[in-house]
Design a protein around this ligand. Structure first.
Ligand code: FE2
Ligand code: FE2
Length: 396
């Protein structure tokens, strides 16, 4: 499978993410940066000196708003804050920092009589608390654990980001592979349709035009695009069962005998049998089987009527008649789209579903003429099924 541009972009995105995460890893190995928030200058100095003696980089402040600013502007690894601080509350400060940077641990500093408040702060998101007066080892132990906790959080975050990126990349590749397969299917179908066109040269280009008309009509009826794909393939392959007919019957200029007519009528079942064994064409086979049915039950092979006939086949029937009427046959000249319109209107309720005819009549004649021209010009370089994704001009 070849890797296309979109896939490449996703993989490049994954590589950039790995690099970003590598930067995060590098940050973990530099000296940890700690912010100390405490109203008492001697406490700030004492905590600062203790932490700096261990190689940590320390900044201090006495008030909460300044602390918020510093957290926003710097890349701290840990915040130590008094519970009672100038211009505010240490717990509110901790909650605000945690809201902004969930991976930045906050350790509360408190006097021993505030211990219940300290425990409450842990329920609200603080990593831990340390009691004043400080025990040096206790303070350093808590700081180290908090920093290890931050490192674990960051590693998990990086891992998750990489994983998500990898899943996205794989999903994109899978989607592209599915798209490639679908395109390959359609190219194969085109070859199959072309094979019939070669055998039955009288109707050359008929399958492509009928497919284009069917797509336009299905879109005018607001059929879902996934359903339109099925209907389009059904339209394209509608007469594929004629491959089994002898050239004498297929190319016979005059009327068919009763026996020949029976053989001709078998093309619906033959087409169905050919396609139903192919899993992705199972629904398409249903349309092929019912494409000669008439709304009033007068068609074949089953004499289905009304909604017993799949909607795709009811839409197709009008597209098929439109092309048959406006194409030249050895025994008659091509007639105009206006004449075809009148003829289809005349057969509303007998051969055709009146609801589909109603929508058909609302589509301007120029749309059908334009499609006929486009198919004539582009049939050699454009997949017929591409029309599903292209806007139909002049459509109302
Ligand atoms: Fe047919
Ligand atoms: Fe046809």
């Amino acid at each position: 499978m070849t890797l296309n541009l979109a896939g490449l972009e996703v993989l490049i995105g994954a590589a950039v993410s790995l690099k970003t995460n590598a930067r995060a890893d590098a940050r973990l190995h530099r000296a940890a940066r700690i912010l100390v928030v405490d109203g008492e200058a001697h406490v700030r100095a004492m905590i600062g000196a203790t932490l700096e003696s261990q190689g940590y980089q320390v900044q201090t402040t006495s008030n909460g708003s300044k602390a918020i600013e510093m957290v926003e502007e710097n890349d701290f690894d840990l915040v130590l804050t008094e519970i009672v601080i100038q211009d505010g509350n240490g717990i509110a400060l901790m909650e605000r920092i945690r809201g902004q940077q969930p991976q930045l641990p906050v350790v509360m500093v408190t006097a021993i009589h505030d211990i219940s408040v300290a425990i409450d702060s842990m329920h609200r998101g603080a990593y831990d608390y340390v009691l004043k007066p400080f025990e040096r080892e206790r303070l350093l132990g808590t700081v180290q654990r908090a920093l290890e906790y931050r490192q674990t959080l960051q590693e998990n975050h990086s891992y998750q980001q990489n994983l998500e990126m990898a899943v996205r990349a794989r999903t994109e590749l899978l989607r592209q592979a599915m798209e490639d397969i679908e395109t390959s299917y359609d190219i194969t179908l085109e070859a199959l349709g072309d094979a019939l066109d070669l055998k039955d040269s009288e109707t050359e280009g008929h399958s492509k035009r009928v497919t284009a008309y069917t797509i336009a009509l299905a879109r005018a009826m607001s059929v879902a695009s996934t359903e339109i794909k099925v209907i389009a393939r059904g339209a394209f392959l509608h007469d594929i069962g004629k491959m089994a007919l002898s050239d004498e019957i297929l190319r016979k200029p005059g009327p068919l005998t009763a026996e020949e007519q029976t053989a001709m009528r078998r093309h619906c079942a033959n087409g169905y049998d050919m396609l139903r064994k192919i899993p992705f064409l199972r629904e398409v086979a249903e349309i092929v089987f019912t494409h000669q049915e008439h709304y009033d039950g007068g068609g074949y092979p089953s004499g289905l009527r009304g909604s017993e006939i799949p909607i795709g086949a009811r839409i197709f029937a009008i597209a098929d008649a439109l092309d048959a009427i406006t194409s030249e046959r050895p025994y008659r000249k091509a007639r105009s789209f206006e004449k075809a319109r009148k003829e289809i209107q005349r057969c509303s309720g007998t051969q055709f579903d009146p609801a589909v005819v109603e929508v058909f009549l609302k589509v301007p004649i120029e749309v059908w003429q334009e499609l006929r021209t486009q198919i004539g010009e582009q049939s050699k370089r454009l997949s017929t099924f591409d029309i599903v994704n292209r806007p139909i001009q002049k459509e109302k």
